[in-house]
Design a protein around this ligand. Structure first.
Ligand code: URA
Length: 439
């Protein structure tokens, strides 16, 4: 087989066989296929598309390109959660302790932030002493002992996706439903869970801007999971506006603790509680109504918050996560004032994420340092009325020199007008292999 023939076939819109897809992924991983040939094939797939069978084969080949985590020694149904990413998305920090406190084991491998979106690992590392690089045995022991462990990737999971994603990032081929679906699902399948819940974000701050596209992406991933024998469901949640009020690592941990303590912003609570209930349902804890009640109880009786404490202390935190000594605070604070009055009709979430990154919360490249205290508290969000000169946001940083650029970016992020916009539902759809419900 020759890669040039495979490229030509996809360029001409034909269907690739399983063997051709395996040949591509194996050759790309071992260096026989060059980056420029891989980029050509990926661009052809981007333009011509891949059908469900080809997408499943691509996922399978990428899943088999490295290690597969074996979680079988942990008793019970292991349910993994994945979010397609957004600004202020700290749901794992809330959902994982709730689910673990209700008796479903959580063995969660998470990533770091890159660009304008955050990552759970950076957020947890804002807690002094919290260790996120666990060996495989430490990871498993954590789940067995307290029902939860969260670690950066252990082992070499789906290396083909890592290579391919780096190439897609610089060849304008990220935004393709089959390529995103196979990328996400290859990592989830390699990480060893029995069942998978996907939080597919929709709106201006998400990969998928419309509900129709988001449903298509979700349905593709659900179908891949089910084909591979791992029941998968998806909840489509709004990412037109950043989730909650805090963006930035220590600020987001603080907000997650508020929600676990029964307080915090309503939008964040709604999304987290629904995801937690769906995870419990997948884990066999009863019907969705009963699972929502379990979530409510775990917050009301403090068991979810206590689970976060157990997790933090077991993974090396020096203090309880809510102790004021647990995280540093930014030395510089600055209020951004509304330039004129009106209603916030929409927010360009991506710009909010970028402004937070400018303040020090995000990284340009995989190895750049971050400032855990940096970030933004949104005092006004979509739907709110603001008076001229009223504070719309508070910037947190370690360096006053960063404020001006971040402030300008934030001005661009807010769309303020005289007419209020209609509210968007937070939970927009639920998809499993039998159902697609729009709310
Ligand atoms: N997240 C991933 O892991 N892969 C993609 O392609 C897009 C988002």
């Amino acid at each position: 087989m020759r890669i040039v023939d495979v490229i030509e076939k996809k360029r001409d819109g034909k269907e690739l066989s399983t063997d051709e897809i395996n040949f591509f992924i194996n050759g790309f991983c071992d260096g026989r296929i060059s980056d420029y040939q891989a980029a050509a094939l990926i661009m052809a797939a981007f333009i011509r598309g891949l059908n469900s069978r080809e997408t499943a084969d691509l996922t399978n080949a990428m899943t088999n390109s490295g290690d597969r985590m074996d979680l079988s020694e942990i008793p019970g149904i292991k349910v993994d959660k994945h979010s397609t990413g957004g600004v202020g998305d700290k749901t794992t920090l809330v959902v994982a302790p709730i689910v673990a406190s209700c008796g479903i084991p959580v063995a969660k491998m998470s990533g770091r932030g890159l660009g304008h979106t955050g990552g759970t690992i950076d957020k947890l590392e804002a807690i002094k002493g919290f260790r996120t690089s666990l060996s495989r045995s430490e990871f498993i022991a954590g789940v067995k002992e307290i029902g939860i462990a969260i670690s950066g990737q252990t082992g070499n999971l789906a290396p083909a996706d890592k290579k391919l994603y780096a190439l897609r990032d610089v060849t304008a081929t990220v935004n393709s439903i089959p390529l995103i679906a196979s990328s996400i699902m290859s990592k989830k399948l390699a990480s060893g869970a029995d069942k998978i819940i996907l939080d597919v974000k929709t709106g201006s701050g998400a990969f998928m801007k419309t509900l129709d596209e988001s449903i298509e992406l979700a349905a593709e991933m659900v179908s891949i999971g089910d084909r591979m024998g791992k029941k998968t469901v998806a909840v489509i949640t709004d990412m037109d506006t950043p989730l909650g009020r805090c963006i930035g690592n220590s600020l987001e941990v603080g907000e997650a603790i508020e929600v676990l303590g029964g307080k915090g912003p309503e939008d964040l609570k709604t999304v987290c509680f629904e995801l937690a209930a769906r995870m419990l349902e997948l884990g066999g804890k009863g019907d969705i109504g009963g699972c929502r009640e379990l979530v409510r109880k775990s917050i009301a009786d403090g068991s979810a918050l206590d689970k976060l404490k157990q997790l933090a202390l077991r993974q090396g935190a020096l203090f309880d996560p809510w102790d004021e000594r647990a995280m540093d605070e930014a030395p510089v604070r600055y209020q951004v004032m509304a330039p004129f009055e009106g209603y916030v009709t929409s927010m360009r979430s991506e710009l909010v994420g970028k402004a937070s990154m400018i303040l020090g919360a995000g990284r340009e490249t995989k190895d750049s340092p971050i400032d855990p205290t940096a970030g933004i508290i949104l005092l006004k969000k979509t739907g709110d009325y603001v008076g001229k000169g009223e504070a719309i946001a508070q910037l947190h940083t370690s360096s006053g020199q960063l404020l001006k650029e971040a402030e300008e970016m934030l001005f661009d992020a807010y769309v303020i007008s005289s007419e209020a916009a209609a509210a968007r539902p937070l939970i927009q759809a639920y998809i499993d292999s039998d159902t697609a419900i729009r709310f």
